[in-house]
Ligand binder design. Structure first.
Ligand SMILES: [Zn+2]
Length: 104
């Protein structure tokens, strides 16, 4: 998180609707995810990370975390001319220094 631009860090840390949570999933028992409260727009900016990331390469994990934080920063929308939410998140993550890495 400290490697993100200062303005992005400030945006996240000043927003009570922002949170990073772990998906606590137990096969056969269900899952628990602690979410941030909804913001005034009726949404939250909760980034939920799956435990299976522990089994992925460090480079892939850095990319995924940056991609998910980019979604939160963009309020799950586009970025400039990029209207596709996934492409926008990838472009923002790349602008932060975390270009797309294939799953490994
Ligand atoms: Zn995405």
């Amino acid at each position: 998180m400290h490697q993100l631009p200062d303005a992005v860090q400030h945006d996240f840390l000043s927003d009570p609707a922002f949170r990073i949570s772990l998906d606590d999933c137990e096969p056969g028992r269900g899952r628990t995810v602690i979410m941030a409260p909804l913001g005034p727009d009726g949404y939250n900016r909760c980034v939920v990370l799956k435990p299976r990331l522990e089994k992925c390469s460090a480079a892939f994990v850095r990319y995924i975390v940056a991609h998910e934080l980019a979604h939160a920063w963009l309020h799950n929308g586009g970025w400039g001319e990029i209207t596709d939410r996934e492409e926008a998140a990838d472009a923002v993550a790349a602008s932060w220094g975390y270009a797309k890495v294939p799953y490994e």
